[in-house]
Ligand binder design. Structure first.
Ligand code: NI
Length: 161
């Protein structure tokens, strides 16, 4: 298991457009494995390659802790509906904000074997796919927040009885 350093807002790499992946290599396989490790360690539901400093069109998502997906060269085919909810990002620690996004998304991408798949997602999965896809185009959710970016207040830890 290898953890990578998560780049934070202010780092200009987060504002750059990522490049297509043309072939799977050992290095890219390792990157994907490290991205999953880094995402789980940080308690995130998604992580995009530029967040660990790599400008490749790759992101990983797991919204339930048991449903890992890797998306390479993703393409949003369809969106519909609307959801308004709180969003956060591992690159913007301690903050959250309200973002309106489509409630449904259909995405086409390549998996870790460079095999094409199509996935449909709703609600949190749709939000995560669109958030991570934005990262590949250098877009942070902070540019889409309605109102103020809020501080996340840590829940007080309950004392054991
Ligand atoms: Ni993010």
């Amino acid at each position: 298991m290898a953890l990578r350093n998560i780049r934070e807002i202010g780092d200009e790499i987060l504002l750059k457009k990522c490049k297509e992946v043309t072939q799977m290599t050992d290095r890219t396989r390792e990157l994907i494995a490290d991205m999953f490790d880094t995402m789980y360690e940080a308690d995130g539901v998604g992580l995009a390659a530029p967040q660990v400093g790599i400008l490749k069109r790759i992101f990983v998502i797991d919204t339930t802790g048991e449903d890992p997906h890797v998306f390479i060269n993703p393409e949003i085919l369809e969106t519909s509906g609307e959801q308004c909810g709180t969003e956060g990002c591992l690159s913007v620690p301690g903050k959250r904000g309200m973002v309106t996004r489509p409630n449904y998304v259909k995405v086409k991408a390549l998996d870790e074997n460079m095999k094409e798949f199509v996935l449909e997602g709703e609600e949190l999965l749709a939000r995560a796919i669109l958030h991570e896809n934005d990262h590949l185009n250098g877009i942070l959710y902070t540019t889409k927040v309605e109102g103020e970016l809020e501080d996340v207040v840590a829940e007080p830890i309950e004392e054991e009885k």
